[in-house]
Design a protein around this ligand. Sequence first.
Ligand code: GLV
Length: 325
Amino acid sequence: MKTPRILITEPIPETVIAYLKEFGHVTIGEKGQYNTEQILINELDGYDALLCMLSTPVTKAVLTSATNLKVVANFAVGYNNIDVDTASKLGIKVANTPDVLTEACGDFAMALLMATTRSFYKAERYLRDGKFKGWEPLGFLGMELRGKVLGIVGMGRIGQAFAQRAKAFGMKIMYHNRSQLPPLLERELDCTYISNLEELARQSDVLSLNCPLTQETHHLIDNHIFSNMPTHSILINISRGPVIDEAALAKALHTGEIAGAGLDVFENEPKVHPELLTAPNCTILPHIASATFETREAIGMLAADAIKKVLEGARDKDISNLVTG
Ligand code: GLV
């Protein structure tokens, strides 16, 4: 059999590259090189497998132009950058990386929540700017977590991991989801299902977005939701930027409709809405929730393994991380 050609759109952990090289000819792009549809259309044809990033637009035009392509493995759990319906029609398998990043993202959500409620970055900048002149009884006061309500929108693996951590900090957990969790799991997580999103927004001291980006969740958090959130509340987003109407969020922060936001994702990454950059109490980070050595290697190995299995002709049911439209 001809050695398969594999395109990795940008540098990933060396162990994963070495593994792929055991069975394929590997080409590695440079950071951001394959972030446009046109370059993929120009260069993907002839490759058997694509290992891509969430910033790689694997559109209908890209998929139809790649006549040899058998598998696309996303180096991410979210796969809104891939036209899965078209891939299925063309017989191209699509894989993502569930489970392996759950703990890193759960940790990160907790860290982002604390960084936001306790104004870490604002306070750090204050110190670096030489403004710290001694301990201040009224400096940088923030919301304590014990007894507060964490409202989670999207109670999948990462939402649950965040809930477990927040519980350990004494928070009460409520959630909104496409469907209610089984009673046993609800009891284990000690969480309450709220079927109505506005109601969850009204009851939450912290509202966290942990849902995938779909047509239904696009701009799910808009002016209307902000008008339902308490003025002391905090919004956390580690899911996908377009789940929030960013202009509405900027307005809600500037007018004090809500007290703060912790954001790891943005509507038009890598751009950040200019009014979020100037908003009071807005923690902004460059999409790093899963960024630990261990997790990024595990993500790569899971994606690479799906590529290997597809190229070897494994049955779909023997590849745990294939996704369908
Ligand atoms: C990161 O955002 C991911 O979806 O894995």
